[in-house]
Write a protein that binds this ligand. Structure first.
Ligand SMILES: [Zn+2]
Ligand SMILES: [Zn+2]
Length: 271
C-alpha cells in the first residue's frame, strides 16, 4: 500500500515566500513491520550482501558485527540523492552497542545489485545489544515530499519570519517548525530531522559543508495524533514501525560529500 503525506494544511510558500528558494525534496520511507526480501528496499531488513565481502565490524568494538539499518534501491530514491555511477543500491549499517559520546557507529555502502552474486547472511545480533538500537524488520513505502528548513533556517530569516510564524500559528494552530517545514521519521535527502540546533559537518577533505544523506529518527508521525505529517492511509491506524529509540526520541543524521572521491560520510546525533 502506498503512503501519501497530505498537502501542508496551509500554503507555506504563499505565507512565507522567503522560504520558497530553500525548498528541498526528500523521500519519506514510511517503514512498517513486515518481511522484506533482500532484493527490496527495507529498514532493518536483509541486505543484498556479497559473500566475497566481509561483514562490517565495529571499529570501536572489536569483533562486534554491525546490523542492517536501511537498504534503498535507486528507483526508490526518486533522484533525490544521485547514486554513484554504476551503483543502484544504498546500504546503511551501524554498530548498535554503546559508544563513548556516540549512540551508534554507522557504515555506508553503495553497490551494484546485479554484481552481488552469491549472498552472505548477516551474523546474529549479539546478546546485550541496547534495546531500540536495532530496527524491527520493515518494508518501506517510499514517498517523495517537499520540505522547508526548520532548525536549518538562517538566523536573519528566522528573525524576520518569527512574527508571521506566530500570527499564522495563532490563526490556524499550525506551527511552522513542527507542522509545516521538515517531515518526521526516516527519510532520504531533504533537511536533517534535527531535534536541536544543527551541527552540520564540514568535509574533512574539501572543508565544504557536507550534504544530508539520511535521517534515521526514532519515531514516524503518530497516527493517533493530529500531526499533519501522518499519511492519509494511517490516520487513526495503529501500526508497528521500526521500533527504534535513539537517546530520548532522537535521531541519527548521516552526511556525505558528493564531490570528494569515495563520498566520505560523517554522522551526527541529537535527541
Ligand atoms: Zn560499536
Ligand atoms: Zn569533500
Amino acid at each position: 500500500m502506498t503512503r501519501r503525506t497530505p498537502p501542508r494544511p496551509v500554503d507555506v510558500e504563499q505565507l512565507f515566500p522567503e522560504v520558497a528558494p530553500l525548498r528541498r525534496q526528500a523521500v519519506r520511507l514510511h517503514p512498517r513491520a513486515g518481511t522484506p526480501s533482500r532484493e527490496e528496499s527495507s529498514v532493518g531488513g536483509p541486505l543484498l550482501w556479497p559473500e566475497r565481502d566481509a561483514w562490517p565490524l565495529c571499529p570501536e568494538h572489536l569483533g562486534s558485527p554491525m546490523v542492517p539499518i536501511v537498504q534503498l534501491r535507486a528507483v526508490d530514491a526518486f533522484g533525490v540523492v544521485e547514486f554513484p555511477p554504476g551503483r543502484d543500491l544504498l546500504q546503511v549499517l551501524w554498530c548498535p552497542r554503546a559508544h563513548d559520546g556516540r549512540w551508534v557507529v554507522p557504515e555506508v555502502r553503495w553497490r551494484a545489485a546485479a554484481a552481488v552474486g552469491k549472498v552472505r547472511e548477516a551474523p546474529p545480533v549479539l546478546a546485550g545489544t541496547p534495546v531500540g538500537h536495532v530496527p524491527t524488520p520493515c518494508v518501506v513505502h517510499p514517498e517523495l515530499i517537499t520540505e522547508y528548513p526548520s532548525w536549518d533556517l538562517p538566523y536573519p530569516l528566522w528573525d524576520a519570519l518569527l512574527p508571521r510564524f506566530a500570527r499564522v500559528e495563532a490563526e490556524t494552530g499550525w506551527d511552522y517548525q513542527y507542522h509545516l517545514s521538515t517531515a518526521p521519521g526516516i527519510k532520504l535527502g531533504g533537511y536533517p530531522g534535527w531535534c536541536q540546533d544543527p551541527q552540520w559537518p564540514d568535509c574533512s577533505g574539501c572543508r565544504k559543508p557536507m550534504d544530508h544523506l539520511l535521517t534515521v529518527a526514532s519515531v514516524e508521525a503518530d497516527g493517533h495524533s493530529e500531526s499533519p505529517w501522518t499519511p492519509l492511509e494511517d490516520v487513526g491506524v495503529r501500526y508497528e514501525g521500526a521500533g527504534l529509540m535513539l537517546g530520548d526520541m532522537g535521531g541519527v543524521h548521516l552526511f556525505e560529500c558528493r564531490t570528494c572521491p569515495d563520498r566520505p560520510v560523517k554522522d551526527r546525533f541529537d535527541s
